[in-house]
Design a protein around this ligand. Structure first.
Ligand SMILES: *Cc1c(COP(=O)(O)O)cnc(C)c1O
Length: 230
């Protein structure tokens, strides 16, 4: 067994144990492999180990890898900051966009998603712990955004994505609470099934609080070669 396959098994085991602790079903948390800065070959190896969902933070880097790996059946997620003038490629090439925090961005993504494609899956990014320099809408804005975005035709609004400050497990509980309450504002509440939170360093706390998707980079691929600009 190669090392990427080993590290993936370790992360899957950690998820399973965290689910057990929280008395949750082991398949209630999905593993999203965060592959920013990793070469396409590393993704290919991780795919051969069984991984199907990958996430990129930078548009051009993501597009290059989508091109390089088009022979694989990967579900591509975009988890970086979405710039208003960069929505077209996101709408065309990705299956999920998790960094949506304004209505105008969602409107553009919906307009630019081809009607012959499956709807584009969306998570609203929320600045759950009111960090100064963070992307994401304010918690108070979420209900109105859910109401408006859930009506857009080429989108499927799946849930929330948060990136709290380190060592702040309360933020995960706040996110879970918000996730639960704003479901009532959704035009298609049956689509509302994703709470994307938890990374390499804090996935146990996130799962304990109710995460349904952890975004893991370092624990899968090792330390990144250059620093995270996100
Ligand atoms: C880089 C990144 C991750 C992964 O972080 P690790 O600590 O390497 O697991 C998760 N989510 C987002 C939004 C990121 O930018």
């Amino acid at each position: 067994m190669n090392s990427l396959s080993q590290s993936r098994n370790q992360v899957l085991q950690q998820i399973e144990q965290a689910c057990q602790h929280a008395q949750r079903a082991p398949d209630s948390v999905q593993l999203l492999a965060v592959s920013k800065t990793q070469p396409s070959e590393a993704l290919r190896e991780m795919y051969q180990a069984g991984q199907r969902q990958f996430a990129e933070n930078y548009l051009q880097e993501g597009l290059d890898k989508i091109e390089n790996l088009h022979d694989l059946e990967i579900e591509w997620h975009f988890i970086g900051h979405v710039q208003r003038n960069k929505t077209k490629h996101l709408a065309e090439k990705f299956a999920w966009v998790q960094g949506v925090d304004r209505l105008i961005i969602a409107e553009r993504l919906s307009a630019q998603r081809d009607a012959t494609q499956a709807p584009l899956n969306i998570c609203l990014q929320v600045n759950i712990d009111h960090q100064d320099s963070k992307d994401g809408c304010q918690p108070e804005e979420v209900a109105a955004l859910v109401e408006a975005i859930s009506l857009l035709p080429q989108l499927k609004l799946r849930g929330l994505m948060v990136i709290p400050a380190p060592n702040h497990p309360q933020a995960f509980m706040d996110a879970k609470q918000l996730f639960t309450t704003v479901k009532a504002a959704h035009a298609h509440p049956e689509d509302w099934d994703t709470l994307s939170m938890g990374m390499s360093g804090d996935l146990n706390d996130a799962i304990a609080a109710g995460s349904s998707m952890v975004r893991v980079g370092t624990a899968l691929f090792g330390a990144r070669a250059y620093s995270d600009k996100a």
